[in-house]
Design a protein around this ligand. Structure first.
Ligand code: FAD
Length: 462
């Protein structure tokens, strides 16, 4: 039966459209950090929506399930198959159309984010989604994980940037929702179902994306702050005073120290600062923007919200400031046993989250090392707890610490997964922390659209 399926798929896709040999499959079966490895009998690489629909229809008819994959940069393992047919969207890589007068662009699902950013720029527009994986992550993967990144504060998650979606449903029918409308109140907004669905409800094949005016002025500042409370006050001052904050990131002292220790050629621009905030601004008038930032930072220093601040003098210095933030993961990865989290709380609760989680972690594991950094302007921390220096890795209570972190976020009205998703890595945590009514609704939606569990059967649900 399955041999028939693979022969049918091969015949439909042609020699460029499939692979089953170990050498070609290898890079698709391993997540880049080596945390997830998988296996598949067949890699399908359709080049069109029609080919994708036929692949899904043939798999569904044969009772085979499918794992979709875009750029394979996901952090929770949902793109790595465990015996399912692997459906790579990489050959669907065309920008289909740009309608600059509608501030919109239509892209195939396999187009890499950087290519969308460049296309928008060529039309003197901005596609504002930006994250460190933008050179590999695809539009379909970003939509399927509802990716966030560094500009959520100003432009929202990708959910806020999608006007329309085309997707192949689990029975092979095509949902044709590629509209470029900002207003469309005609019942349920069905495209939303595919955003953040992690491939469990169908295969996204194309999207109509929202574009924005391209900012003419950019500035990046670093500020040393004494505490998360002061960082929060600084965030609101800078937002109100400049109206131009596009990103507001926080880094605790340990996160910066470990970059300097473990990432060659790194330098600490504000030595000794208990916390560093990195603030990016966008505007249209360079001189006016710079003046308003200088005034606001001076007022923040007078008010005690910031201790000192640096404004990048040019694009190269701005990139150096960002590099510290982007190197934080590389900085703490070599430091032994650790548990990483991607949690969110209401922005107002960010200081309390850090205070409670840090104190509880220390009670549970004396000397635990905390790396706390991330998108504070969105209430989102990448919060890592690491074994005490020189301790026995085997004695590190990682799982108990993770549950404490999730409970702490949950008690403050937060989420156990702010932007990376659930995948296969966090299914047990979702079952524990999502409220039962929401989980029941999610299951009902899954049953209605994919009753035979064809699409990404191991993601989201236990
Ligand atoms: C260095 C680095 C930095 C990152 N920074 C951020 C960040 O700041 N913010 C953030 O939100 N995320 C971040 N991420 C994770 C981010 O979620 C992914 O990079 C991206 O969203 C996934 O895109 P992808 O094309 O690689 O998808 P994949 O990893 O291939 O797939 C991700 C999930 O989507 C599904 N999927 C993929 N394509 C489709 C499709 N066409 N139709 C249906 N389902 C599909 C897969 O089955 C899987 O469940 C980062 C990742 C890395 C490696």
């Amino acid at each position: 039966m399955t041999t028939d399926l693979y022969a049918q798929l091969a015949a439909r896709l042609g020699p460029k459209g499939y692979a089953a040999d170990a050498e070609t499959l290898a890079p698709y079966l391993k997540e880049w950090r080596g945390r997830f490895t998988g296996h598949t009998p067949f890699l399908a690489m359709p080049a069109t929506t029609e080919e994708t629909a036929d692949v899904v229809r043939l798999c569904a008819a044969a009772g085979a399930s499918i794992t979709p994959q875009g750029g394979n940069t996901g952090l929770v393992g949902g793109q790595i198959p465990a015996g399912e047919v692997l459906l790579s969207m990489k050959r669907m890589n065309r920008i289909r159309a740009i309608d600059a007068a509608n501030d919109s662009l239509i892209a195939d699902a396999g187009v890499i984010l950087q290519a969308v950013q460049e296309s928008a720029r060529e039309s003197d527009r901005l596609f504002p989604l930006s994250l460190a994986s933008e050179g590999s992550a695809t539009i379909g993967g970003l939509i399927s994980t509802n990716a966030g990144g560094v500009h959520v504060l100003r432009y929202g998650m990708i959910r806020d940037l999608v006007l329309g979606i085309e997707a192949v449903l689990p029975d092979g029918h095509v949902f044709r929702g590629l509209k470029g409308l900002r207003k469309d109140n005609t019942g349920y907004d069905l495209k939303q179902l595919f955003i953040g669905a992690e491939g469990t409800l169908g295969v996204v094949t194309g999207a109509c994306l929202k574009l924005f005016p391209r900012p003419r002025a950019h500035q990046v500042a670093l500020a040393a702050v004494a505490s998360p409370e002061r960082a929060l006050a600084l965030l609101h001052r800078m937002k109100a005073a400049t109206g131009a904050v596009a990103a507001f990131e926080i880094m605790n002292r340990r996160s910066v120290d470990l970059v300097v220790k473990n990432v060659p050629m790194s330098r600490d621009p504000l030595p000794g600062a208990p916390f560093m905030t990195l603030i990016e601004f966008e505007g249209m008038d360079a001189a006016g923007l710079r003046a308003s930032i200088e005034d606001a930072l001076a007022a923040a220093i007078s008010a005690g919200e910031a201790e000192t601040a640096l404004i990048a003098e040019n694009a190269s210095q701005a990139r150096d400031f960002w590099r510290i933030r982007e190197d934080i993961s590389a900085g703490h990865r070599p430091e032994g046993a650790q548990v990483n989290h991607d949690v969110s709380v209401p922005v107002s609760q960010t200081p309390l989250f850090l205070e409670r989680a840090n104190a509880a972690a220390e009670r549970m594991c004396a000397g635990v090392r905390v790396v706390a950094f991330g998108h504070m302007g969105d209430g989102n921390f990448h919060y890592t707890l690491m074994q005490p220096a020189g301790s026995d890795a085997a004695a590190f209570p990682g799982e108990a610490l993770s549950q404490m972190v999730y409970e702490t976020a949950d008690a403050l009205g937060g989420s156990i997964s702010a932007e990376h998703g659930i995948g296969v890595a966090r299914v047990a945590d979702l079952a524990r922390f999502k409220d039962p009514e929401s989980l029941a609704m999610m299951r009902a939606v899954k049953r209605a659209i994919d009753p035979n569990n064809v699409m990404n059967p191991r993601a989201l649900f236990v």
